[in-house]
Design a binder for this molecule. Structure first.
Ligand SMILES: [Fe+2]
Length: 383
């Protein structure tokens, strides 16, 4: 027996922030990026509330120390609603704060509504049971997984993503594509997760170039904001897909590269993506008759996206070509050497990156088993 379940109620579209009016009589702790506070964007959220406090100490790649400070804020304010506003870091930090905060004596058994409002379109964190916390001393990212961390409510208001800079739209958009592709070929994929992943992948190919080209400015009209809106929903759909199907080798390596070299998460995924697809597909020579399950799924996907070829082999190649084309359209660096990483440092870290990759929980659902040699080869190719 299998199951598909996601408890998060999703409000989306222009004006969806008004759902927050439902919390007017409640004490709300708003967890946000300091940038949102400085830019005034947080006002769009807080103007809907009456009684609230803002915890704005979130930093990118939230470290363990931040979680500890956040728990102190949570215990001091004792909110009825926690509202995370920001990119993946703010939502992930809020999840970890809530997760560990709920285990304290003071909050045990207390009900608290958790709402997530993403202001970038990438992580899908607003609907997932995953959070990534960093140990900066060790340079390691730890994926936390617990169904209890899923937000109760997600609000996808496109007006919050119209002023995202192009480079962030590009990085986060490639994270969406990687979520979709990894969920689609995951060993835990089901027809339900495939449907969500397929729609997300299709929308990335259609809308990401337009979304990156769109002039970043507040309050574009609804028609102009459409590519940004569709990427915002695609991010959430890919999140629903990988929350159930999980991810794979691409994320396992990206977590470790990101922890060591601070390459933005989506960019690290994007650089690795063609190499991981090639590894998973396992195409050998032209005499090959049997194809791996992953190769067949990539080919099926290419066909549904209109990139299909005459055989599994040509369909997989076409998919790779389209990924390459997309990366060029959005001017995404395609090698780690183009991300300011020195070759000697990269090589020196390779062993530790491979070790971290093999123990990352995402690797468990990769369609092809990867050993240390395979990871080393992908690292070499992607430099
Ligand atoms: Fe990701």
């Amino acid at each position: 027996m299998e199951e598909f379940f996601n408890k998060t109620r999703i409000y989306f579209g222009s004006g969806s922030l008004s759902h927050l009016l439902a919390y007017q009589s409640q004490r709300c702790l708003v967890v946000a990026d300091p940038f949102l506070v400085q830019s005034g964007l947080i006002g769009r959220v807080t103007e809907q509330l009456q009684e609230f406090e803002i915890f704005d100490q979130v930093v990118p790649d939230p470290p363990l120390e931040l979680v500890v400070t956040g728990i102190q804020a949570l215990l001091a304010y004792r909110p009825q609603v926690m509202i995370a506003v920001g990119g993946g870091s703010a939502i992930d930090a809020a999840k970890a704060i809530l997760q560990f905060g709920r285990q304290t004596q003071e909050l045990k058994g207390q009900s608290l509504t958790f709402a997530a409002i993403p202001t970038t379109s990438g992580t899908g964190s607003e609907v997932t049971s995953f959070a990534v916390i960093t140990d900066p001393k060790k340079g390691v990212k730890y994926p936390l997984v617990d169904a209890a961390m899923r937000p109760d409510v997600a609000i996808l208001d496109p007006q919050l993503v119209t002023s995202v800079p192009a480079v962030i739209a590009a990085d986060t958009g490639m994270d969406v594509l990687t979520h979709g592709l990894e969920a689609y070929v995951s060993t835990k994929a089901t027809p339900f997760t495939d449907a969500l992943a397929l729609q997300a992948i299709r929308d990335v190919f259609l809308y990401l170039p337009l979304s990156v080209q769109a002039k970043a400015e507040p309050a574009l009209d609804d028609a102009k904001a459409q590519p940004r809106a569709r990427m915002h929903y695609a991010s959430c759909m890919a999140g629903l897909a990988f929350d159930a199907a999980s991810l794979g080798l691409n994320h396992a390596i990206a977590h470790n590269i990101g922890g060591k070299f601070h390459v933005p998460h989506g960019r690290a995924n994007a650089i690795l993506l063609p190499h991981v697809v090639r590894f998973n597909a396992g195409l050998s020579d032209y005499a090959q008759r049997e194809f791996s399950p992953a190769a067949r799924k990539y080919a099926e996907l290419a066909e549904m996206l209109g990139f299909g070829g005459v055989s599994v082999r040509t369909s997989v190649r076409n998919l790779l070509r389209q990924i390459d084309r997309l990366q060029q359209q959005i001017q995404m660096p395609q090698r780690f050497r183009d991300c300011g990483i020195e070759e000697t440092q990269y090589q020196a870290a390779a062993e530790a990156v491979a070790t971290g990759t093999l123990s990352d929980s995402c690797i468990a659902t990769n369609p092809r088993i990867a050993d240390r040699r395979a990871v080393a080869e992908i690292l070499k190719q992607s430099y």
